[in-house]
Design a binder for this molecule. Structure first.
Ligand code: NAP
Length: 293
């Protein structure tokens, strides 16, 4: 089986490329923006078409315009990268008989539910990032019943820094830490994702939308505080393990509106694959056993 990974310089794409290249009987092609630039949908389609792949092969799209505020500033660019290009790539994959696994986001929801979001819930994006990602999901799903849209949240892992790395790094030089306490979701560890997403390489797993993240729910503040505790436990010389609460409404630097509560319900994934994602705290604890600043 040939696996083509787009966005393989990113947080998730790097982890998939690194972990999947050792899988038996697969050939992994790690593609970057230099290989396929999604800001030009016609050219992106032509670049993907220049690769040999077909029935039984899988394309994984981890590439996206992920700067949520940046998407508000360049709406047309975001639409090309997050919606139009995925649509074209999805139709090309469908024509070749290949599956596309497209990575989606919890930001397609408005975050007003007081329970985790299932795949059946109506998306209502609050930001242009969420809107363009939702359009991308729809284009991909319309192209073939074989394709999968896997929505994830709060991605972290060793290949590229994220919120947890930033809070721990800052605490190496400052005794003050603060994070939003009234926004909740669930972290999603890329090392776990590499195992979970491999399930979608099996074409016996039906296409459609899936929600995927580590189990449990937390606020950015809980997440940050737990990361600092784990760092301290592993001898990382952080100057604090307590995180002051901030309100989402006080985050004046945010341009895009963020949804407050977007934990994803992973029951469908569990039902289909028999895999139960482990708690986010276990994943974060493991991450800090090998963490480097
Ligand atoms: N990070 C999160 O917390 C989070 C939460 C929910 C959903 N997601 C979704 O998860 C997926 C993976 O996210 P991630 O955390 O791995 O993000 P990331 O680290 O920002 O990676 C995104 C990748 O997309 C590439 N890219 C951006 N613009 C491109 C373009 N015009 N053409 C081709 N490639 C382009 C980037 O390339 P360069 O390396 O060259 O910049 C980068 O490698 C995305 O679909 C994202 O929407 C992420």
């Amino acid at each position: 089986m040939k696996i083509l990974i787009l966005g393989s310089n990113g947080r998730l794409g790097s982890a998939l490329a690194r972990r999947w290249k050792v899988l038996p009987d697969v050939e992994v092609l790690a593609l970057t923006r230099a290989d396929i630039d999604l800001s030009d949908p016609v050219l992106a389609e032509a670049r993907l078409a220049s690769h040999e792949f077909g029935v039984g092969d899988v394309v994984v799209n981890c590439a996206a315009a992920t700067d949520v505020d940046g998407c508000e500033k360049d709406r047309e660019g975001a639409a090309r990268i997050n919606a139009e290009s995925p649509g074209r790539l999805a139709r090309l994959c469908a024509a070749r008989g290949a599956r596309l696994i497209h990575i989606g986001t919890d930001y397609v929801f408005d975050g007003s539910l007081d329970r985790p979001y299932t795949e059946e819930e109506d998306p209502k994006p609050l930001s242009h990032y969420g809107l363009t990602k939702l359009e991308g999901d729809r284009e991909v799903l319309a192209a073939s019943p074989l394709h999968c849209v896997v929505r994830v949240s709060w991605v972290f892992g060793p290949d590229k820094q994220s919120f947890v790395d930033a809070i721990v790094k800052r605490a190496l030089t400052s005794p003050e830490a603060a994070a939003v306490h009234d926004k909740t979701s669930a972290p999603c560890y890329t090392e776990d994702m590499a195992v979970w997403l491999a399930e979608f390489l099996k074409l016996t797993v039906p296409g459609g939308v899936y929600h995927l993240c580590n189990s449990g729910t937390c606020s950015w503040r809980d997440y940050g505080e737990y990361a600092l505790e784990c760092a301290k436990k592993n001898g990382i010389p952080v100057l604090t393990t307590s995180v002051a609460p901030l309100k989402l409404s006080d985050m004046r630097a945010f341009i895009a509106v963020r949804p407050p509560h977007t934990t994803l319900d992973t029951s469908k994934f569990q039902r289909v694959t028999g895999i139960a994602p482990r708690p986010w705290k276990e994943a974060v604890a493991e991450y800090f056993t090998t963490w480097e600043a």
